[in-house]
Design a protein around this ligand. Structure first.
Ligand code: ZN
Length: 288
C-alpha cells in the first residue's frame, strides 16, 4: 500500500562523505565491541567492562564510559553513523591501542564430505540376539543416531539408511550411498559368536576393497580403541553392503552380544555414547 509508511529515514541533503563517517556496526567490528543493548533511542557497546553509549538520532551524544565525546553524524537506512575522528578517541578511552581480532564465532569446519551411516538390520531382521535378551538392530540404531548427530555438529553432511525400526533392502542401503556419491559408507553392527568368551571390535572391508576403504577402516580401528574394548583388527568380508557400494565402505562390528560383558556395555547408553564418539572420531579423522 503506497503512502502508508511514513519515511522514518531523514532525508540527507548532499550525502555525507563516507570518508568522514563510520557506521556503528563497523566501529563495533573494528574495536571488537559487543553490542549489548539496542533500542529505538540508544545503542550500548561494551568491551571488558568499558562502555560506548550512542543516542541514535542525528546530533545524539556519543559517550565513552559516561563521558561525552561527540555526536552522531547521521542515520541512514537504520544505520547510525558517527564521525571517523571519534574512532581513535574511543579506542584510546577503551584502553587498548590496537584492535584485537574478533574471535571466529564458529570455527570453520576443516572437514567436509558426505557420509552414509547404515544402522544394520531393522524391522523384520532383528540381527543377533544378545545373551542379555535384546536385539542387535536396536543397539545399531541407537549408536548410529549418535554418530550422525556428532558428525552433523562437525559440519559433515550425513544420511542414515534407516532412522527407525524398519528394513531397507541391502541393495537400497548401498544405492543410497551411490546416489549421493558418498565419501564414506559405514555400516554399524554388533557381533555374535557361538563362543561366549569371544570379545572385541572388528572392522570389515570387502575383498579387494580400495585403499580408501582400507584407510577408513584403519582410522576407525584406531579411534575405537578409546572405548576400552580390544581390537580384532581390520578384516576382509564380502558383505552385501560393502560390495554394492561404489565408494569407500566399512562395516563396524562394535563388540560381541554373545559375551556377557560386552553385551552389558552395549546396552548401556553411556557406553553407546562413547562408542558413537569413537566411530565419529574415526570418520572425522578419515575425512580430514
Ligand atoms: Zn549385524
Amino acid at each position: 500500500m503506497v503512502g502508508c509508511q511514513p519515511s522514518a529515514v531523514p532525508v540527507i541533503s548532499g550525502p555525507a562523505s563516507d570518508q568522514q563517517t563510520i557506521s556503528v556496526s563497523e566501529l563495533a567490528q573494528l574495536l571488537s565491541l559487543r553490542v549489548d543493548d539496542k533500542t529505538s533511542t540508544h545503542i550500548i557497546l561494551r568491551r571488558l567492562g568499558k562502555t560506548v553509549m550512542i543516542f541514535t538520532h542525528k546530533g545524539g551524544s556519543v559517550y565513552v564510559n559516561a563521558k561525552e565525546i561527540g555526536e552522531v553524524s547521521r542515520i541512514e537506512a537504520g544505520e547510525v553513523y558517527i564521525p571517523k575522528a571519534l574512532v581513535s578517541k574511543i579506542r584510546s578511552m577503551l584502553g587498548t591501542p590496537e584492535p584485537t581480532p574478533l574471535p571466529e564465532p564458529n570455527p570453520p569446519s576443516v572437514v567436509s564430505g558426505y557420509v552414509v551411516i547404515d544402522p544394520g538390520h531393522g524391522g523384520k531382521d532383528p540381527g543377533a540376539t544378545s545373551c542379555l535378551g535384546y536385539y542387535e538392530k536396536h543397539i545399531n540404531l541407537a549408536v548410529a543416531r549418535e554418530v550422525t548427530d556428532l558428525l552433523q555438529q562437525r559440519g559433515i553432511r550425513v544420511k542414515m539408511t534407516r532412522t527407525g525400526d524398519y528394513y531397507p533392502e541391502l541393495e537400497e542401503r548401498a544405492a543410497i550411498a551411490n546416489r549421493l556419491n558418498a565419501d564414506l559408507f559405514v555400516s554399524i553392527h554388533a557381533d555374535s559368536s557361538p563362543k561366549s568368551s569371544t570379545r572385541g571390535y572388528t572392522l570389515y572391508i570387502a575383498n579387494g576393497a580400495s585403499r580408501a576403504s582400507q584407510r577408513a577402516a584403519n582410522a576407525l580401528e584406531a579411534a575405537m580403541s578409546s572405548t576400552g574394548l580390544s581390537s580384532k583388527g581390520v578384516r576382509k568380508g564380502n558383505y552385501h553392503v560393502l560390495v554394492d557400494t561404489n565408494g569407500p565402505a566399512v562395516l563396524v562390528e562394535m563388540g560381541y552380544l554373545s559375551n556377557r560383558y560386552e553385551a552389558g556395555l552395549l546396552r548401556d547408553s553411556a557406553f553407546q555414547g562413547r562408542m558413537a564418539q569413537a566411530i565419529a572420531d574415526g570418520i572425522t579423522n578419515y575425512l580430514r
